[in-house]
Design a protein around this ligand. Structure first.
Ligand SMILES: [Zn+2]
Length: 267
């Protein structure tokens, strides 16, 4: 997707108030793209950092929740597109947090910065401290996050399965798929970026199939358009009454995306 100047020139139009979605997880993104703040005993974790132009809104959202952005210790990136990691450099410099990303997308970013910025001029370069290893979950004290390479939208798109727990110890498996968009599999994208791999729809199908049967209590959209979430903002409750619990949504999404990607498969 080539982003409209709207995202760059008038980012405040995307501003939304932050809200809690799980016992230790908060939505701190904007109306277009998600970012999640996770409170762990090993410091704050921030999944996706948005555009560089919206980092000030991200920090404001974190402050509104009563947290200090300086306490962010870990920055996780779902995939190497400007709307998810355009602001990483700024957050990294301000907080000194460690950056985690898939090695595949990092390589892509270094070799083809134009694929990351998608025509945008403000995807700032950053360094990565740890590459994901799906066989080794990330442990942040009391919060564990499994990563899973779910190639398709980009070659290194990574999904997260986060184990959160309630006041009485009830566990919730929360999941954010790293990138669902079909925009990178369309002819117009290939024409704009001729060296872009054209067989990603095959990877997409394979990775979606690998997600069949995943048990997810709380789905976390990487873009709020993916799952209904904004309409529940401010309604978080502890325990099983939490309206963000939806045990069907992730599986339904996987089935639907499998049907949809068939259209893009090369003949
Ligand atoms: Zn993307």
């Amino acid at each position: 997707m080539v982003f409209d100047n709207f995202f760059i020139n008038e980012p405040w139009k995307m501003e939304v108030d932050p809200f809690q979605v799980a016992p230790h997880i908060y939505y701190v993104g904007n109306s277009y793209v998600g970012s999640y703040l996770i409170e762990s005993s090993d410091g704050l974790i921030l999944i996706d950092q948005g555009f560089s132009e919206t980092v000030h809104m991200l920090f404001e959202s974190i402050r509104k929740l009563g947290f200090n952005p300086k306490d962010i210790k870990h920055l996780l990136i779902s995939h190497g597109h400007v709307d998810h990691c355009g602001g990483t450099r700024l957050v990294q410099e301000y907080t000194g947090a460690k950056v985690y990303m898939s090695q595949i997308d990092y390589k892509m970013m270094k070799e083809h910065p134009e694929w990351v910025s998608l025509g945008n001029v403000n995807c700032l370069d950053f360094t990565v401290d740890y590459f994901y290893s799906d066989s080794t979950p990330l442990n942040f004290g009391d919060i564990e996050i499994e990563t899973k390479l779910t190639a398709g939208h980009t070659p290194g798109t990574t999904s997260f399965f986060i184990y959160d727990y309630d006041f009485d110890g009830t566990k919730y498996r929360c999941a954010m798929h790293g990138g669902l968009g079909f925009n990178t599999m369309r002819q117009d994208f290939f024409e704009k970026y001729p060296a872009w791999p054209r067989d990603l729809s095959v990877s997409y199908l394979k990775s979606m199939e690998s997600l069949i049967g995943e048990i997810v209590d709380i789905p976390l959209p990487s873009h709020p358009a993916q799952f209904p979430i904004m309409d529940k903002a401010g309604r978080y409750e502890d325990g099983d009454k939490n309206p963000f619990i939806d045990r069907e949504a992730f599986g339904n999404m996987v089935r639907k995306r499998i049907e949809m990607v068939q259209e893009f498969l090369p003949n």
